[in-house]
Design a protein around this ligand. Structure first.
Ligand code: GLV
Length: 328
């Protein structure tokens, strides 16, 4: 297969099969071999002269970055399903294609939402620390009491691919499903008896609130002081979507004041920083944005992003093009 000499940069180390696709098709592939988080200056420097960029969700790709790359930049192939790190309108204005990796991380991410739900409700992390510390001196009827899961009400905020999968996976636990979304989810309603309700109703009824909305102006700080006050004191918040959907300071207040029982959090408002209040709370289980972190899923994300990049450069419409208007 003839290789093309397009200049491409990959901003971190991704699973090898992704690099294999790039190397099989292109001769000029540069990688951030040190695998460190790029500073803004390093990003602006490294994009110069590129035809294609494969970034991660940690890099803000805005008009300034696109202009630093130059007019020849054809495609930005994000290694994530979420694309709030990319200014898509700015790319469209400049005729640059933008792609993402939908579908391949639906199961891993929804599995992780369940992992957080279990560990939070059943206080697994706290009791693991206690046990390891040699503090377990005998069974006690009042030790580490958590919240029931089976038969409770699951509230899914955003019933797209991942929210849908989280809800479907609740059926073994005989849960009632409430969801809120601008669209109806007929699969959840018809196959799982889910009820579409308002955000406020969901907050006041659900025992577990799992968040699956994209980060938009309208979802920024959707979970604020008022939202936490509407939730049950016995309820848990699970967030595997984007950090800024939750006002982290308000979440800390709600957890400290017992307005909610606990939270399982994978994403943060100002990653990688975490509100110091959150890290000192036992009723919060915190993971470092690893909801899609399985070998199989990260491999699929890498190959999908690489294939999108190669296709876009070779003049073939990438399968996951977010701004098809650039091709018209
Ligand atoms: C992960 O957060 C993703 O958007 O892929």
């Amino acid at each position: 297969m003839a290789k093309e000499n397009f200049k491409v940069y990959v901003t971190r180390i991704i699973p090898q099969p992704g690099f294999d696709i790039l190397h099989e098709n292109l001769t000029n592939v540069r990688i951030n071999e040190e695998d460190h988080l790029l500073s803004r200056e390093e990003l602006l420097e490294n994009v110069k002269g590129l035809d294609g960029l494969l970034p991660l969700l940690t890099e803000q790709i805005d008009g300034e970055v696109m202009d630093a790359a130059g007019k020849q930049l054809k495609i930005i192939a994000n290694h994530a399903v979420g694309f709030d790190n990319i200014d898509v309108p700015a790319a469209t204005e400049r005729g640059i294609m933008v792609t993402n990796t939908p579908g391949v991380l639906t199961d891993a991410t929804s599995d992780h939402a369940w992992a957080l739900l279990f560990t939070t409700a059943r206080r697994v992390v706290e009791s693991d620390k206690f046990t390891r510390a040699g503090k377990y001196k005998g069974w006690g009827p009042m030790m580490y009491l958590g919240g029931d899961i089976t038969g409770r009400t699951l509230g899914v905020v955003g019933a797209g691919r991942i929210g849908n999968a989280v809800a479907e996976k609740s059926s073994g636990f005989k849960m009632q499903i409430l969801y809120c979304d601008e669209f109806r989810n007929e699969n959840l309603e018809n196959e799982y008896g889910a009820k579409k309700v308002s955000f406020e109703e969901l907050l006041s009824e659900a025992d577990f609130v799992s968040v699956h909305v994209p980060l938009l102006d309208s979802t920024h700080h959707l979970f604020n002081d008022a939202a936490f006050k509407q939730m049950k004191k016995t309820a848990y918040l699970i967030n595997t979507s984007r950090g800024p959907v939750v006002d982290e300071a308000a979440l800390v207040r709600a957890l400290q004041n017992g307005e909610i029982a606990g939270a399982g959090i994978d994403v943060y408002e100002d990653e990688p920083k975490i509100h110091p209040g959150l890290t000192s709370l036992d009723n919060a289980v915190l993971t470092p944005h690893t909801a899609s972190a399985t070998i199989e899923t990260r491999t699929k994300m890498a190959t999908m992003a690489a294939q999108n990049l190669v296709d876009g450069l070779k003049g073939k419409r990438p399968a996951n093009l977010l701004n098809p208007e650039v091709l018209t």
